[in-house]
Ligand binder design. Structure first.
Ligand code: GLN
Ligand code: ZN
Length: 747
């Protein structure tokens, strides 16, 4: 019985790798310095794991940018267009993030996490070839420490299925098998972990046939363990049981439906991933130990291993630096290092081994945390709970059907055909960031801070009136981030000091911690929005972040169903919606930028998610008067598979990402007879380019080929916070002109 982790974070507990990377990229340090930092970090992380009593310690989980990209290098699958770059590392970074003459490869989310990988670009003519230099280097390093590692590889099927493929993907997998075989042979004395998380997403029969064939070949004369995570992989478990793999590492948190029957019957070893690599709450150590003991009654205990549910990449490093966190909240949390302790202690309890003094301390602290979490007043608020249990159907529906209420809204708001608006934020300048920082660090008074923010709001409103926008916004100058801003003001949500998690490359995020029952003690945006409204006769749009997005970008408590937390969040934000309405705001936008990200990996679980996610949005937005207009915004352009849910949100207006040239997205709205009004972005805010009036006229005309003019709004495709004023001003001016030009033609 061994302890393992699927993988360890690499960015460094003080984000050392981030700093070293950015310093290298900006030309401030050499490649040697960067490599030295990387090597020091790897060693530090291996020693941490060794000292914590982890038996199977990984190599090749380190990456300068991303493991999928590393795999691309390992297989010599570098696209032609980068081959002119001599230096290996610079070529690698050009693929990851582009350089002066090369565009970066595409990046996308790793399953349902907030980690992004670099999407391989494969074609059948590629000459795949094994390149094991990275693995060999790490192997040499770890051997110096006297550790025999397991070697992590991304398996060929997951690798190819997550790629952009020209030609036949299955042929590419076939071509890759001998290359993988060669790599595996080279390291045949070691334990090899092959990550195949693709198999948690409803694999087809063809996928499964391929899986069997691939691992029949690869696992012969080798020590292969296949890892899946983020869900169960039951179809694959049954198939792999028939192949010569040694065993599987399975996720028993997100994938607690994992069945091990077939694997056990064929004598495979099983890794029970019981410590959550995706979330930060403490494991219930005694309960986990009991669970595993239960299993080992049926399975030879020699064949059971205990580990993390997935790579610890998705949680922060260590609580050591959380010096300001509330002590109770801190006691309910485990980051990567604390999770290593949990794994060790669970293992000892299962084996009935004697606990050391440290182990006893870990276990005692754990028991206290588990019991205080059940009762703490910081978590449990009966008023909030009662509100959720008293929710009725009425709370989930607008009081008047769309077709009727939209008429009242038009009377109330009097906007023209093809009304113009923006998505909410205006440029976040360095001066603005400094202002917020100074206020946070108490270098300036609240009075001074508010005065400065209000000046910016006033200028922003004036500009919008000047260019003749129809529905205005205040500009979101008071916000650092659309989730953090609200999280900081809500009960039940906390922030860490050093809870950084890698998002992509050197980029890290610090997700809020939703630890307790959520409520809104006081107004969050009313002062800003009403001030902005006081400056203009045009409608001012109130701007809020929706409940689902709040959850999807946070670490959400695991001691109650996600749905309950979502409903609490929905009610808290509803309170703000109502306060805005009471203060005279007639248009309120509730952004659900992350609705899509929360979708489950398994099709059979989608309906349940949609049910509570959409209901949450409706709880937030349904209590307003019929004449109050509800907007929502989403930053993506792929809606075909979630159209029912989008309709079900029952928003009056939805703004969405830039319509692609062929309008395929809009056609879906049309085909479905989508009833609400729609603002398909008429220009892409992700680029500094200033779109001309003419091109936006064309864009609007293209939209009108699909959608009736009465339903169409004209707006950019997302918030403007990352842009500069010099870009925003002419772009919006042109946009309004374009709308007017088309309007005139319509008359
Ligand atoms: N209202 C937000 C903004 O304009 C929406 C951001 C987003 O879609 N991610 O910045
Ligand atoms: Zn957006």
């Amino acid at each position: 019985m061994a302890t393992y982790v699927i993988g360890f974070p690499r960015i460094g507990e003080q984000r050392e790798l981030k700093k070293a990377l950015e310093s290298y990229w900006s030309g401030k340090s050499s490649q040697e310095e960067l490599k030295k930092t990387a090597s020091d970090l790897r060693k530090r992380h291996w020693v941490y794991q060794k000292n914590a009593g982890i038996d199977l310690i990984s190599i090749n989980d380190f990456s300068f940018y991303d493991n999928m990209l590393d795999t691309t290098i390992m297989l010599n699958a570098v696209p032609e267009k980068y081959k002119d770059i001599e230096d290996e590392l610079d070529r690698y970074f050009a693929m990851a993030r582009g350089d002066k003459t090369h565009k970066a490869m595409e990046m996308t989310k790793w399953f349902n996490t907030n980690y992004h990988y670099i999407v391989p670009e494969l074609n059948e003519n590629m000459e795949f070839k094994a390149n094991t230099s990275k693995i060999k280097e790490e192997l040499e390093e770890i051997k110096e420490l006297g550790i025999t590692p397991k070697i992590n590889l991304i398996g060929p099927i997951t690798y190819v299925r997550l790629s952009k493929v020209e030609g036949n993907a299955n042929n590419i997998i076939e071509k890759l098998i001998p290359v993988y075989k060669e790599i595996i042979n080279e390291f045949k004395d070691y334990t090899i972990q092959m990550d195949e998380p693709y198999f948690v997403t409803n694999p087809t029969n063809q996928d499964l046939e391929l899986l069997e064939k691939t691992y029949n070949e690869l696992a012969k004369d080798a020590n292969i363990y296949v890892a899946t995570y983020f869900e169960h992989s039951n179809e694959a478990n049954a198939v792999l049981a028939k192949t010569p793999i040694k065993g599987m590492f399975l996720d028993f948190v997100a994938g607690n439906e994992n069945s091990i029957k077939e694997l056990v019957n064929t004598g495979k070893e099983i890794g029970i991933g019981i410590v959550n690599g995706r979330n930060v709450w403490v494991n219930d150590i005694e309960k986990s130990a009991e669970f595993i003991k239960g299993l080992t009654e049926a399975v030879d205990s020699e064949k059971v291993h205990i580990g993390s549910s997935c790579s610890l990449l998705h949680v922060p490093y260590t609580l050591k630096y959380e010096t300001k966190m509330d002590e109770d909240i801190k006691s309910w949390i485990s980051y990567a290092l604390e999770k290593l302790d949990e794994i060790r202690v669970i293992n000892k309890l299962v084996k009935n081994e004697e606990l050391s003094a440290t182990d006893k301390e870990v276990l005692e602290g754990n028991k206290i945390a588990i019991s205080t979490r059940k009762t703490s007043k910081k978590i449990h608020d009966t008023i909030v709970q009662d509100r959720v249990s008293n929710l009725t159907e009425k709370d989930k529906h607008r009081s008047m059907p769309f077709e009727e209420r939209i008429k009242l809204q038009h009377e109330n708001l009097k906007y023209p055909i093809l009304p113009t608006t923006t998505i909410g934020s205006f440029p976040q300048t360095p001066e603005l960031r400094k202002l917020r920082r100074d206020y946070k660090n108490s270098l300036i008074s609240e009075e001074k801070y508010k005065e400065e923010i209000k000046k910016m709001i006033a200028e922003c409103v004036k500009f919008q009136e000047e260019i003749d926008l129809d529905v205005l916004v205040h500009g979101e100058f008071e916000r650092n981030d659309m989730v953090e801003y609200f999280g900081e003001q809500l009960n039940g949500v906390a922030f860490s000091q050093n809870g950084w998690v890698q998002s992509y490359g050197s980029r890290c995020v610090k997700p809020p911690l939703i630890y307790g029952d959520v409520s809104r003690p006081k107004d969050m945006t009313v002062e800003w929005i009403t001030y902005a409204q006081s400056l203009t006769n045009r409608p001012m749009k109130g701007m809020l972040t929706g409940p689902v997005t709040m959850l999807n970008w946070s670490f959400v408590r695991d001691d109650q169903p996600r749905k309950d937390t979502a409903y609490q969040m929905a009610l808290a934000i509803r309170d703000e919606v109502e306060a805005l309405e009471a203060a005279g705001i007639k248009v309120i936008q509730v952004d659900e930028a992350a609705l899509r990200e929360g979708y489950p990996l398994r099709n059979e679980k989608r309906a349940e998610y949609e049910d509570w996610a959409i209901t949450s949005f409706r709880i937030t937005t349904s209590s307003v008067k019929p004449e109050t207009q509800i907007h929502t915004h989403m930053c993506y352009s792929e809606f075909s598979d979630i159209m029912d849910a989008i309709e079900d949100m029952d928003a009056d207006v939805i703004s969405i990402e830039n319509a692609r040239s062929d309008n395929s997205l809009l056609k879906i709205f049309k085909e479905r007879g989508y009833k609400g009004e729609i603002g398909p972005g008429v220009y892409d805010i992700h680029s500094p380019r200033i779109p001309s009036t003419q091109e936006m006229v064309e864009q609007i005309n293209a939209i009108l080929e699909v959608l009736p003019a009465e339903k169409v709004w004209v707006n950019p495709d997302c918030g403007l916070k990352t842009r500069k004023w010099e870009e925003v001003k002419p772009s919006l001016k042109n946009m309004v002109e374009a709308a007017k030009e088309v309007r005139n033609k319509l008359k």
